[in-house]
Design a binder for this molecule. Structure first.
Ligand SMILES: C[S@@+](CC[C@H](N)C(=O)[O-])C[C@H]1O[C@@H](n2cnc3c(N)ncnc32)[C@H](O)[C@@H]1O
Length: 166
């Protein structure tokens, strides 16, 4: 993916790092972490560590925008097996959710070509808010995706806009 990205944006620097150990010699006005990337972190401690590292890389007034999938999404939508085809590649898309452990598995089964397994952890809005507070972030807004609506109990994905408290 990095090869493809470099090809598309030759003037951009790309780094491959674990976000919970993020270390770059720069600070930024804006940091984005979209498309349920935080759900790939196995526990809230690692999410909090990521918030700390992001905080270390923000300029004063710098903004951090991220999203995460809610337990509601996994409970209501993350189930079943689907036959899919993308760019002429056929595969099975299998969704499994363990409600007790709040762990979601997504399996992309390419038959003889192998399979890809994604493991995600569901976090509640409250868990995320507490982890942000512990790292001195203030929450500027929270949105229900993909609108500017407020979160509600049926929100599947929440977007947070935060910055370090002054
Ligand atoms: C659903 S993809 C989203 C990719 C991209 N942000 C986008 O919006 O299209 C989740 C991404 O999180 C990355 N990821 C998972 N765990 C990570 C970690 N500990 N540190 C950095 N990236 C991680 C995966 O490699 C994957 O690229």
């Amino acid at each position: 993916m990095i090869k493809v990205a470099k090809n598309n944006f030759p003037k951009t620097n790309f780094y491959v790092q674990d976000m919970s150990k993020l270390k770059l010699d720069r600070k930024f006005d804006l940091i984005l972490c979209p498309f349920d990337s935080l759900n790939y972190l196995k526990n809230i401690k690692r999410v909090q560590q990521t918030f700390k590292k992001v905080g270390n890389h923000l300029n004063p007034d710098g903004i951090f925008i991220f999203d995460f999938n809610t337990p509601h999404l996994y409970i209501t939508k993350h189930k079943g097996t689907y036959d899919r085809e993308v760019s002429d590649v056929k595969f099975k898309h299998i969704c499994i959710y363990d409600k007790g452990k709040r762990i979601a598995k997504t399996i992309f089964d390419f038959g003889k070509k192998g399979r890809e397994i994604h493991t995600q952890q569901a976090y509640t809005k409250l868990e995320i808010i507490l982890a942000l507070r512990k790292e001195d972030f203030e929450i500027l807004d929270i949105y229900d995706s993909f609108e500017l609506d407020k979160p509600n109990k049926n929100s599947n994905r929440l977007f947070f806009v935060v910055r370090i408290k002054k």
